[in-house]
Write a protein that binds this ligand. Structure first.
Ligand SMILES: [Zn+2]
Ligand SMILES: [Zn+2]
Length: 312
């Protein structure tokens, strides 16, 4: 993370969206350049002053090495101390906080995708969702005790009340999940609808697949919760007539034939991404070895002898 990224992050808090950071970034950059330019000016002046002080004298011209070293020594003396640097950074930090507070009063956040927008906009330019009436600042103002909290805060720092902006975000998230489940009913009617919890649901068609294929994902609160949710969904599949089939029967691949078409739910590569966000795949592929695969009967045990017992 760059220094200015860090300053912005410190100034606006971890919870504030990336969108807002982007909004204040240009001002922050401009300010940083101004501060750097002022510092360069100060350094130039200091250098000029030191070269004036170091006007050639007999002693200095006689000893070129001393003359060369002197301005350098003077420059070192002009360098700000660690404390001065920290104080300057603190000033920058509070200026950035000021920008963030100003931005919060004149901007809204899209509750659906998190994009920022000017307060007079009605719809999100990125995703088309209807924007709320409240600005970011209003969303962080407590309706119970009146405290103005940091932008994008979830609970009031004064009384613990859930803040309007957070409620709006939750509502939008629940609506987005409901949309995904409605799409599921339409596109994957033969697979029981996910009812195993989670949020940030997504259902995407996988392009270029030989057969129609879909990927579902959602986020759960922990790896353990995600594993439990997947086990729960496998049970739901089996309650709906899905079975272990084929040459490698296991619960990670469950199949069902519906009007001669193979329905396949694949949870084998479920956690190759995040361990708390399972990816579940749906397609029409057949089980390895086919539905009628019969496991070959094992050879009858050879009797007698130590070798027979070991290798039979
Ligand atoms: Zn949006
Ligand atoms: Zn409050």
């Amino acid at each position: 993370m760059g220094l200015f990224d860090k300053l912005i992050k410190d100034a606006v808090g971890n919870a504030v969206s990336e969108a807002m950071k982007q909004a204040i970034q240009p001002k922050a950059d401009a300010l940083a350049q101004q501060v750097i330019a002022q510092a360069a000016d100060a350094l130039n002046q200091a250098q000029q002053a030191s070269s004036a002080n170091a006007a050639p004298s007999d002693a200095q011209t006689a000893n070129a090495q001393t003359a060369a070293e002197q301005p350098a020594a003077q420059n070192t003396a002009q360098m700000p101390s660690k404390e001065e640097m920290e104080a300057a950074l603190g000033t920058l930090g509070s200026l950035f906080s000021g920008f963030a507070a100003k931005a919060a009063e004149t901007m809204k956040l899209c509750p659906k995708c998190g994009e920022s927008a000017a307060a007079d906009k009605a719809f999100c330019q990125k995703c088309g969702a209807k924007l709320p009436d409240m600005t970011i600042a209003e969303g962080a103002k407590c309706p119970k005790c009146g405290r103005q909290n940091e932008p994008d805060t979830k609970f009031c720092a004064g009384c613990g009340e859930k803040l309007p902006g957070a409620l709006l975000k939750e509502q939008a998230a629940a609506e987005a999940d409901a949309e995904v489940l409605a799409l599921w009913k339409k596109k994957l009617p033969d697979f029981p609808v996910w009812n195993c919890g989670g949020s940030e649901m997504m259902l995407e068609e996988i392009p270029d697949a030989d057969t129609e294929a879909w990927r579902f994902s959602c986020r759960l609160e922990s790896s353990a919760a995600a594993s439990a949710a997947v086990r729960q969904y496998r049970q739901l599949l089996m309650q709906n007539g899905f079975q272990k089939e084929g040459q490698y029967p296991d619960e990670e691949h469950l199949y069902k034939r519906v009007n001669g078409v193979s329905m396949h739910c694949d949870t084998e590569h479920c956690f190759e991404g995040d361990s708390d966000s399972p990816d579940i795949y749906f397609n029409h592929s057949q089980p390895y070895g086919g539905y009628d695969y019969k496991k070959p009967e094992s050879k009858p045990k050879q009797s007698g002898g130590l070798l027979g017992a070991l290798f039979g």
